[in-house]
Structures are given as C-alpha cells and as structure tokens.
Design a protein around this ligand. Sequence first.
Ligand code: CO
Length: 288
Amino acid sequence: MDAPVMSPEVARPRAVERVVGGQGVMDGAGVRINRVLTQNLQRRLDPFLMLDIFGSNDPGDYIAGFPDHPHRGFETVTYMIAGRMRHRDNAGHEGLLENGGMQWMTAGRGVVHSEMPEQEEGVMEGFQLWLNLPAKDKMAAPWYRDFQAADLPRYRTGEGVEVTVIAGTSRGVAGAVSRPVTEPLYLDIHLPAGAEFAEVLPAGHNAFVVPYRGEVALGETQVPRGRMALLGNDGDGVALRATGGAAKAVLIAGRPLNEPVVQHGPFVMNSQEEILQAFRDYRDGRFA
Ligand code: CO
C-alpha cells in the first residue's frame, strides 16, 4: 500500500443517467448470474459489451461452472471477490483465480476454454466484464494472464479509501493492464462509512459504477448494491460517497470504438459475415 494519494480536482461530477437493475440469467452449465450490462446497452456503453455479477453461497448455483466454450473478437476480465475458479484453455494454459485475483484474457481470433469453480462449498462471487477489441485487433493472437490479489496495484487516499487499479491509471498509479485504443479504467473502490472518492474522466469515455457492498450516492442518486449507475457524459469526472456504512464498488470507464457491433453468443465481430466465419472456424477446429 502506497502513501496517501491526494484527491484530484473534480469540479463538475457527472450525473447518473439511469440506474439499471440488471437481469437474472443462467449461463454456462446453469450458473445464476445478474447481468447488469446487457446487450441493449452495448451502444451506450461502447467499448463494453457485458458485465455479469456472479454471486451465490449455494454451491448448487455455481458448481457446474462454465465447461468448454469459445470466444472470439473481444477481451474478458474476470475479477474474483470470493471463491476460486480454475481456467483451462485449448492453448494449454491453466490457472487458478483466487480471492481478489483477476484474469485478463484477450480472445482475439479464438479461444476455447473452461472456467470451473474449485470449491464445493462456501461463497463464490465475482465480476466478468467483456471489453470489445478494435476491428484491427479482433483476429489478433489470443493472450491471457492471471494476476493474484498481491499482484494488483493498490493505493490509499487521504480519506482512507482503498483503491485497486485493475486497468488504466488512477492518480498516477498504473494498473495491472492497459490498452491503448479502448483505454479501459477499472477500479475496485473500498470506502469507509461516509468517505468520498473522486476520479477525473475524459468526457468522451463511457462510464458506470456498480456497488457490491453497502450503497453509494453519486450526487443526489442513491445506488444500492448489485445495481449499475450509468453515468452521463457531461462533467469532468465521477464522485461517489459511501452512505449508511462502508461500501465497495467498481468503477469502469473506457473510450468508445464507434465501430459496428455484431454479437452472436460468444462471438463479437463487426459484421454478420464475420460471425458466420467464426461459426465455421469453430466447427472446423480452427480456434487452436
Ligand atoms: Co469464457
């Protein structure tokens, strides 16, 4: 943990455009998920395609995990709050993601992998974010890396707010991963009761906040845990405050690609023809 970091100047925090409740979905082999960033928000929250919160203390909800499935054309960022998940892919990579750990996977032209719980009891909780790739990188070579909790850069503000920098740069602290085109910022923010946290954001970048413990206020808007506060683009940054006790939230922002988005399940490309090609390539075993 570094020395206290000063608050940046955010004179006009962005307002909350809407609070999204999310949608209960089943994915993988029947894992219960709260999908807060759904397909109808892909334009509005470009370059982000999806945000799932998986969280259950009932192993029956998660134990079957996500057996072998493909991805093409985007990146997945899996951040574990609690529990353990094992990842295996068709390139022979294998890794165990534990409490507080993060996996960044660039599917590029294609990955086939499984994501399976490594426990038979207790709480399993985390986030999976899908970040789009620019058209020029959609068929790039796949890449992935696991970061354990201790590998993730952190700092503490003068108000005692603890911030983990998963992606991008916050107050001069470079995160675990950076991406030049979409410039994602991904922060996990732990606020003591009553504390405030502010972050400067470029006006054009789309941004949202999801509290997962307690609740936070952004301006006049209260946002309970498990909901997504979609931020308007007018203003010079974001400011959130823990109301009614300590709170934890993720803040995610990025630069839109402004390219066509065509998604079919685990394939996200720029045209229908590229989607059909993805199906053919997967069927013919060309994802290796
Ligand atoms: Co996957």
